[in-house]
Design a protein around this ligand. Structure first.
Ligand code: SP5
Ligand code: ZN
Length: 349
């Protein structure tokens, strides 16, 4: 498979995230991607490429200009507050919840960090913007390689990148995500001529950013399989009764499952998701490929085994659609390589 991998990913290297009142080591680390690259190279059947420059016109159809301006300048503003900040990651210190104004944008930097983020677990640092932009470039290039498939291009491609993207909305970051690479891939497929695209999110966590970006649109069907938000992050979105709104009514499907879910039950949800995608007439598929459903994942509670990822890949291939894989979460770093490679092996079998 064609794999567009992010050469700048390690510029984003979070030191700490907040957990239960403590700063603990960040789970979303550069070695995650290095282990995947190592395994994909070892299997020898993949074609690894670096992306070109990100086409920001596509990114701007997904994210707002004020948010992109914030990301572009965040680090220099942080260091301008105090040169000693250069040794620290940016984390928010205020959350403008209900009854606060959304129509003011304070010049105070800390205030704007709160405006544009939704958790205290997503450190932002000097290289975040460059790494995230290069990840968007991977998503766009992978999508365009697949979009050309009618004229003899690719059946599938992968954007292999971090930081992940599916928690990021049009104007906010969180859940280790800054630019929504899966949404950007979907938009690139539409821009290249697809009339309808499906985004199937198999990360353990609900893809709240992707859902909210497309919630009122019928040209992107969003489907997410995830841990029940009543107990699992991101808690405040991802319930089964969220089905889309306005022009997008009926074009969102959430399939939450309880902690401890193993592959037999998970696969039934996947089959339901793929039936919905088939009914919806999608012309291309984006798979938001989180590997935190793995039994060994340190922050999640599903029970998928490495062999199950072969079956997952086979089922995704059986959908018969041009497919763009975009990597999302998954924190059992060492096992990520085999698990990603197994999805692709199952897909290409
Ligand atoms: C892309 C993605 O998978 N984002 C997930 C973000 C989850 N953030 C909350 C993590 C809380 C983990 N705390 C577990 C501590 C175990 N000692
Ligand atoms: Zn996740």
């Amino acid at each position: 498979m064609l794999i567009i991998h992010n050469p700048l990913h390690s510029l984003h290297r979070g030191r700490q995230e907040m957990f239960r009142g403590r700063l603990v080591p960040c789970h979303e680390q550069p070695d995650r991607l290095e282990f995947i690259l190592e395994e994909l190279r070892a299997r020898r059947q993949h074609e690894l490429q670096a992306p070109g420059e990100a086409d920001m016109a596509v990114v701007r159809r997904i994210h707002t200009t004020p948010y992109l301006d914030f990301l572009t300048n965040a680090w220099s503003e942080w260091v301008a507050l105090d040169p000693a900040n250069a040794e620290l990651d940016v984390l928010p210190s205020i959350a403008p919840v209900r009854s606060f104004r959304t129509d003011v944008l304070p010049t105070n930097f800390a205030a704007r960090v709160g405006r544009y983020s939704f958790d205290t677990g997503s450190p932002l640092m000097a290289g975040t913007w460059a790494a995230a932009q290069s990840g968007a470039a991977c998503a766009i290039d992978a999508a365009r390689a697949v979009a050309r498939s009618s004229s003899g291009g690719r059946r599938a491609a992968m954007a292999l990148t971090r930081p992940p993207g599916h928690h990021a909305g049009a104007d906010f970051y969180g859940g280790y995500c800054f630019l929504n690479n899966s949404a950007i891939a979907a938009q690139a497929l539409l821009d290249a001529g697809a009339k309808r695209v499906a985004v199937l999110d198999v990360d353990y966590h609900h893809g709240n950013g992707t859902q909210s970006i497309f919630y009122e649109r019928a040209d992107v069907l969003t489907v997410s399989l995830h841990g029940d938000p009543m107990t699992e992050y991101p808690f405040y979105l991802g319930y089964a009764d969220e089905t889309g709104a306005g022009a997008g009514a009926g074009w969102n499907l959430n399939l939450p499952m309880p902690g401890g879910t193993a592959f037999a039950v998970w696969k039934e949800a996947l089959d339901a998701a793929l039936r919905r995608i088939s009914e919806g007439g999608a012309e291309a598929l984006v798979v938001a490929l989180g590997l935190d459903t793995f039994e060994g994942d340190p922050i999640s509670s599903f029970k998928l085994t490495s062999a199950d990822y072969l079956r997952m890949g086979e089922a995704l291939a059986a959908a018969g659609l041009p497919t763009v894989f975009v990597t999302e979460g998954g924190y059992a770093a060492r096992e990520l390589g085999v698990n990603v490679a197994n999805v692709l092996e199952g897909f290409e079998a």
